[in-house]
Design a protein around this ligand. Structure first.
Ligand SMILES: CC(C)(COP(=O)(O)OP(=O)(O)OC[C@H]1O[C@@H](n2cnc3c(N)ncnc32)[C@H](O)[C@@H]1OP(=O)(O)O)[C@@H](O)C(=O)NCCC(=O)NCCS
Length: 209
């Protein structure tokens, strides 16, 4: 997983990087912008050691348990304005947060972005992350006339130990491009070799699609 910011988010991005919040349908799933009301579900998810180790970021893991959800949510609610699209992944008709997904750093490198994701333990085993990731990638690749971001290349990374995330990436059409040595530092300070995966706008449909 791409290293999360260690402290508060960086200074606001130029207005040109701001993204318009929107929702995406992915079969029976709905990706919608995170909301303040997601805090209890986020707090529950942040009890999971896997999310804390691979996806929460140090600003969260170093906070007292009772403050972690707020520390996680606050900068992400402001994310769209800074070029980071943060979605709650929900069951379409219910709206309760099952997981979270970001399309971050949009156009930090021209026509590129980075994706990150987690799924709450109670919602795992149903392929939710791959479905959500595929929908987010298709939106990010779509042209502006179709409501998309018009990107060309989207990347993700995961520690080699995180084989579930590797399977998610492959199912969502993100091929492995190589291994980045000692790339990810986990919450205990351990360094992990990580896979870099990428999907291009010109790639064919994902296996999950
Ligand atoms: C990675 C994660 C998002 C996957 O959740 P999910 O969408 O419910 O995934 P599923 O349980 O449906 O499994 C997806 C794939 O991973 C495989 N998988 C699941 N758990 C696994 C495990 N412990 N070891 C190896 N493979 C595993 C499944 O077999 C499936 O493979 P397939 O698509 O080839 O059939 C979830 O485990 C998670 O949130 N983990 C903690 C946070 C995290 O690691 N985020 C990503 C950081 S890079």
């Amino acid at each position: 997983m791409t290293a999360e910011p260690i402290s508060a988010p960086a200074a606001p991005a130029p207005a040109s990087r701001a993204l318009t919040p929107r929702s995406l349908l992915a079969g029976d799933l709905m990706l919608r912008p995170l909301a303040q009301g997601d805090e209890p579900a986020v707090a529950e998810a942040l009890r999971d050691p896997g999310i804390l180790r691979w996806a929460a970021g140090r600003a969260v893991t170093e906070a007292p348990e009772g403050e972690r959800a707020r520390r996680w949510l606050e900068p992400r609610l402001a994310g769209w304005a800074a070029g980071n699209a943060w979605f709650a992944v929900t069951q379409a008709e219910q709206g309760v947060l099952l997981g979270a997904l970001s399309v971050r750093e949009v156009n930090r490198l021209p026509d590129q972005a980075v994706v990150t994701y987690w799924v709450a333990p109670s919602a795992r085993g149903r392929g939710i992350a791959a479905k959500a990731l595929d929908a987010a990638a298709r939106w990010a690749f779509a042209g502006a006339a179709d409501g998309g971001l018009g990107l060309h290349r989207i990347t993700l990374d995961h520690a080699l130990l995180n084989t579930a995330s590797c399977a998610v990436a492959a199912r969502a059409g993100f091929g492995t491009e190589g291994t980045m040595r000692d790339y990810y530092v986990d919450t205990t300070g351990l360094r992990h070799d990580s896979h870099l995966h990428a999907r291009l706008a010109t790639d064919g449909p994902a296996p999950v699609g």
